[in-house]
Ligand binder design. Structure first.
Ligand code: HSE
Length: 393
C-alpha cells in the first residue's frame, strides 16, 4: 500500500509518525507493505528521509503508484479539488474534513462510487473515537432511532471551565483560546457549526440520507451565562452543547443547542474537551461512545485506521438520497429564566434575587414562545431522561 499524505499540520504529521512507528505491526495486520511515499505541505517540514516531500499535491495524485490519498488540509476549496481529483483517478481517500463532507459529501460519494474508489472519514467526528464506522457496521442489525451527544470539545472545555472555575463565558474563552483549543474561525466552535457538521455526518450514516446542511439549526454557547449554569445546577442539571438527530413524523429532527441535562446522566459528566455520542436503537437500546475528540495522535489514530480499512471489502455504499425535510427538535422541556413570574405550565420553579426560574413541562417551542411574548428571558432545552426500550416515548 502506497500512501500520500496531503497536509502535514498537527494531524497529518501525527499520522505520518504513527504509520512510521507502527509500520511492522500494520504490515502484519494487512499482509502487505505500508509505505508513506509522499508528504505534501506548503510549510517545509522534516520528514523521515524515505518520504518524498513536495509542495505540489499534483505530484501525489498523479503518481500511479499511490493507492491512498490522505487529505488533511481542511477547508472546502482546495481540499475538495484534491479529493475529487484523487477519486477520479481511482485512488482511495481518507479525510478528517467534517465541513467538506457535511457540505459536499454527496458529490464526493458519487464521484467515489463512479470511480470504484473508497472514501473514509472517521476522524471527522469525535477525533479518534471510533463512531462513524462502528455506528454503521456494528449496529447494522438495528434501526437507529436517535443520536445525540457532545461533539465539540472546545465548547465543552469552556462550559466545564465556567462551572469548575466559576468563570464567565468570555473569561473561559480566553483561557481555551490561549491553550490553542479554539478553531481559527472561532464561530465554528462557539456557534455550534462544527458540532452541526458532525451530527450531519452521523445522521447521514444512521438514516441513509444526505441531509441539507443549510437546514440544520445550530445555536452555540454564547448565550450560556454563569448565572444560568448556577440555576441549572440548583435544579439538578448541567448545561452542555448537545447535537441531536432523530426521525420525526414529518422528516428528521437535527439540531445543535445548549441543553440542560440531569446531573446523574453520563452525558452531563463528560467534561473538559471530551466528546460523547449516544445512539438509541431498537435492539441494542442505548450505546455510548466516549473519548477525546481532538488532538494530534488522537485524531491521527482514526486516520491510520481508515487508511488500513481501504484494503478490505467495503460493507456499505454511500448511495444516499437527498433529504431536506429537516427541522429543529422543538418538542421538549425547557429551562426559562425571566425577571418576573410567568403564567406557564411547569415541572419545577424557584425564584432567586430578581430571577424566576422554571423547568417547563414538555411543550412545543412555538407555543412556549407565544406565552413569552414581550418578556425578557433566557431559554434552553432540557434533555428528557433516558426511557427504557419498552417504555420509550
Ligand atoms: N474544534 C473541534 C472541537 C476540533 O473542538 O471539537 C475537533 O474536531
Amino acid at each position: 500500500m502506497k500512501i500520500g499524505v496531503i497536509g502535514l499540520g498537527t494531524v497529518g504529521f501525527g499520522a505520518v509518525e504513527i504509520l512510521t512507528q507502527q509500520k511492522e505491526r500494520l504490515e502484519k495486520q494487512i499482509g502487505e507493505e505500508v509505505i508513506v511515499k509522499y508528504g505534501c505541505s506548503l510549510d517545509e517540514v522534516t520528514l523521515p528521509e524515505e518520504i518524498i516531500y513536495t509542495q505540489d499535491f499534483h505530484d501525489v495524485i498523479n503518481d500511479e503508484e499511490i493507492d491512498v490519498v490522505v487529505e488533511l488540509i481542511g477547508g472546502t476549496t482546495i481540499a475538495k479539488t484534491i479529493i475529487l481529483e484523487a477519486l477520479k483517478k481511482g485512488k482511495h481517500v481518507v479525510t478528517a474534513n467534517k465541513a467538506l463532507i457535511a457540505h459536499d459529501g454527496q458529490e464526493i460519494f458519487e464521484t467515489a462510487s463512479q470511480h470504484n474508489a473508497k472514501i473514509y472519514y472517521e476522524a471527522a467526528v469525535g477525533g479518534g473515537i471510533p463512531v462513524v464506522v462502528p455506528a454503521k457496521e456494528d449496529l447494522i442489525a438495528n434501526e437507529i432511532e436517535k443520536i445525540e451527544g457532545i461533539l465539540n470539545g472546545t465548547t465543552n472545555f469552556i462550559l466545564t471551565l465556567m462551572e469548575t472555575d466559576n468563570l464567565d463565558f468570555d473569561e473561559a474563552l480566553t483561557i481555551a483560546d490561549g491553550l490553542g483549543f479554539v478553531e481559527a474561525d472561532a464561530s465554528l466552535d462557539l456557534d455550534g457549526i462544527d458540532a452541526a457538521h458532525k451530527i450531519q455526518i452521523l445522521a447521514m450514516n444512521a438514516f441513509e440520507m444526505f441531509f441539507d446542511f443549510n437546514k440544520i439549526q445550530a445555536t452555540g454557547i454564547r448565550n450560556v451565562t454563569k448565572k444560568d449554569m448556577d440555576y441549572a445546577k440548583k435544579l439538578g442539571y448541567r448545561i452542555k452543547l448537545i447535537a441531536q438527530a432523530k426521525k420525526l413524523d414529518k422528516g428528521y429532527g437535527i439540531d445543535v443547542s445548549p441543553t440542560l441535562i440531569g446531573i446523574k446522566d453520563i452525558v452531563a459528566n463528560v467534561n473538559q474537551a471530551y466528546n460523547v455520542v449516544e445512539i438509541t436503537c431498537n435492539y441494542l437500546e442505548n450505546v455510548i461512545f466516549y473519548g477525546k475528540g481532538a488532538g494530534r495522535y488522537v485524531t491521527a489514530s482514526a486516520v491510520v485506521s481508515d487508511i488500513m480499512k481501504t484494503h478490505r471489502q467495503d460493507m456499505w455504499k454511500h448511495d444516499y438520497q437527498y433529504e431536506d425535510r429537516i427541522y429543529p427538535i422543538t418538542y421538549s422541556k425547557y429551562y426559562v429564566r425571566c425577571d418576573h413570574p410567568l403564567d406557564i405550565d411547569y415541572e419545577t420553579y424557584f425564584s432567586q434575587d430578581k430571577d424566576h426560574i422554571y423547568i417547563t413541562n414538555k411543550i412545543e417551542l412555538d407555543e412556549l414562545l407565544e406565552q413569552l411574548q414581550n418578556e425578557t428571558y433566557n431559554l434552553f432545552k432540557v434533555k428528557i431522561g433516558r426511557a427504557s426500550c419498552r417504555e420509550r416515548v
